[in-house]
Design a protein around this ligand. Sequence first.
Ligand code: NCD
Length: 329
Amino acid sequence: MGARAFAHRDLIAIGALERHEILYLLDEAEQWVALNRQAKKHVDLLSGLTIINAFFENSTRTLLSFEIAGKRLGADVVNMHAATSSVKKGETLIDTAVTLNAMRADAIVIRHASSGAVGLIASKVDCPVLNAGDGSHEHPTQALLDALALRYKLRERGMAADDFTGLVVTICGDILHSRVARSNILSLTALGASVRVCAPPALMPAGIEALGAQPFTDFDAALAGADVVMMLRLQNERMDGQFIPSPREYRHLYGLTAERLALAGEDAIVMHPGPMNRGVEIDSNVADLAGRSIITAQVEMGVALRMACLDVLTRRTRGVPGWADGEWV
Ligand code: NCD
């Protein structure tokens, strides 16, 4: 058979995807955006299928978003929280994976604090695995939903929205520990955008240029002429030691205030994956800025985008014509 529109069994990393595959998932998500805006938001596409959300790390929006996405497509969705699971009793990751596999899930969504853990589990199970965030490695559905939210906003402004060529995106925050930054750099550059990353020197990973981003330590300089400003939280739970002098000093140098936003391009779009620390990396009057902030649209797009991913990744299991045979990449 010819090349599939999406040639992978799993969704582990944006780094593994081709540009056309990213665009395919975004295109597929649009029908779910439309469905989710109706009063009755349910289809039977995945009825009879079981999806396990295995979250070894805390989450509010990502877990809820995946749960709602699976349920709206008609699947049976089960959530496993690490805090109440056998992980706390010392079970190894491999044993947990083998256990999940024996339950014959049709897709497993995993969040884990260790980079690479989701890929490891994927290698031990027979069904599609979706990475809901692994350590500071990747968070592919977040980057895809961010691109989808950006696409809708640009379209609303009457701009060409499928290709981000010429768009300047500044990502500011704890770049070192952020899987959101890494996945977004990869997806935004694949879609044609120029990506600037800004962080205090201690929170800037060495060699970030290799991913295609331009590093800055001066936030004002990073903002000049930016079309999109994406703010990230300080990932204190991943910090071993002190990386910033104080939250007050951090806000002073790297917080997005209304005055600072004025340094970016006219009408620059404001984004944040959440959870936000208002008054630290972003001020409330910026986070809630009508017409400019798309932070709640990001959450809305998350459900639709995850519905698209669950649909596409279970097509082989469901025997959808054109998706049932052959090997996966
Ligand atoms: C992010 C995450 O978990 O990586 N949150 C999310 O999924 N929306 C960002 C964060 O925790 O700061």
